[in-house]
Design a protein around this ligand. Structure first.
Ligand SMILES: [Zn+2]
Length: 264
C-alpha cells in the first residue's frame, strides 16, 4: 500500500467514525479532520517503521567503566492497544557496561521507538530493556516506567491519580543478594522512593522469580505518601510501644519508615 492509499483509506475510516458519532462531517471545523487525524495516528505510530539497528546505528563506544549508567525521567507518550487512547509518563533506564557504552540519546530514541506503537506498558518496559541489552551486551539492564493511562482516567474507572509502575531487569539485575543491591541502587538513583512497608522491603530483596515475571523491586514513586505508623509509640516517654512491630525491631531500634511517619 502506498502512503497516499494508506492516508485515503484511513481518512475514509475517520469520516465513518465521525458520522457514527452523529457529527456533520461537512461542517467547516471537520472538513479536514479525517486527513489530520490519519496523519496524527501515523505520526504517533511511527515506531513500527524503526528497528533497534536503525535507531542505534554505530553509536556504541568503547569504555572500560563497569559502573552503572543511569538516564532517568525520559518522557514517553504512547497509546494503549486496547482503547487507542494515550498513556504517558517517565521512563528510567540503567545498565552496567561490559566494554562499551551506548550514546545517551539512543536510550531516549529507543524509548520513543517502542512508545510510538500501540502498546501495553508491561511489554513496552520489557522491550526497552531487551533492546538495550541486545545493543550493548551489558552485564545487566534495568528499566522502570511510571505512567498515567487516559483509558483509566477519562473513561472506565475514571481514576486520574493512578500511576502504573512497571519494571524489567536483565542479567546482573536479576537474582539474589547482589542483584537486590543493584535494584535498590537503581531505584534510589531514579527517584523510586523509599519502601513504605516491611512487606515492600521483603519484595525488593527477593529474586525476581520469587515474585513473578521480573517485577521485583517495584516500589511506589516518590510522590506517593509514605505509609504512616498507627501503632504503639508512647508520646510521653518517646519510647516504642510493644505492639509497634511495623516500625520497631525487637531490640527497640526504629526503622527508617518510623522516622518518616513520625512514630518514635
Ligand atoms: Zn486502554
Amino acid at each position: 500500500m502506498t502512503e497516499a492509499e494508506r492516508l485515503a483509506r484511513m481518512s475514509d475510516a475517520v469520516r465513518t467514525l465521525l458520522e457514527c458519532l452523529g457529527e456533520d462531517v461537512s461542517r467547516e471545523g471537520l472538513v479536514k479532520t479525517p486527513q489530520r487525524m490519519a496523519k496524527a495516528l501515523l505520526a504517533c505510530t511511527a515506531g513500527y517503521h524503526e528497528t533497534v539497528e536503525s535507531v542505534v546505528k554505530d553509536a556504541l563506544f568503547e569504555c572500560t567503566s563497569e559502573e552503572m549508567v543511569v538516564v532517568r525521567d525520559i518522557d514517553c507518550f504512547s497509546m494503549c492497544e486496547h482503547h487507542v487512547l494515550p498513556w504517558f509518563g517517565k521512563v528510567h533506564i540503567a545498565y552496567l557496561p561490559a566494554g562499551r557504552v551506548l550514546g545517551l540519546s539512543k536510550l531516549a530514541r529507543l524509548t520513543d521507538m517502542y512508545a510510538k506503537r500501540l502498546q501495553i506498558q508491561e511489554r513496552f518496559t520489557q522491550q526497552i530493556a531487551e533492546a538495550v541489552q541486545a545493543a550493548t551486551g551489558a552485564l545487566g539492564v534495568a528499566v522502570r516506567a511510571d505512567c498515567t493511562h487516559m483509558c483509566m482516567t477519562m473513561r472506565g474507572v475514571e481514576k486520574p491519580g493512578a500511576i502504573t509502575t512497571t519494571s524489567h531487569f536483565t542479567g546482573a539485575f536479576r537474582g539474589g543478594d547482589a542483584s537486590a543491591a543493584l535494584r535498590v541502587e537503581f531505584l534510589l538513583r531514579t527517584g523510586g522512593g523509599v519502601v513504605a512497608t516491611p512487606a515492600g522491603a521483603a519484595a525488593l530483596l527477593m529474586p525476581p522469580a520469587a515474585v513473578g515475571g521480573g517485577v521485583a523491586g517495584v516500589a511506589p514513586p516518590a510522590s506517593l505518601p509514605v505509609a504512616a505508623c498507627t501503632a504503639g509509640s508512647d508520646p510521653d516517654s518517646g519510647r516504642a510501644g510493644d505492639s509497634c512491630s511495623s516500625c520497631h525491631a525487637a531490640d527497640g531500634s526504629v526503622a527508617p519508615v518510623a522516622a518518616a511517619s513520625g512514630c518514635r
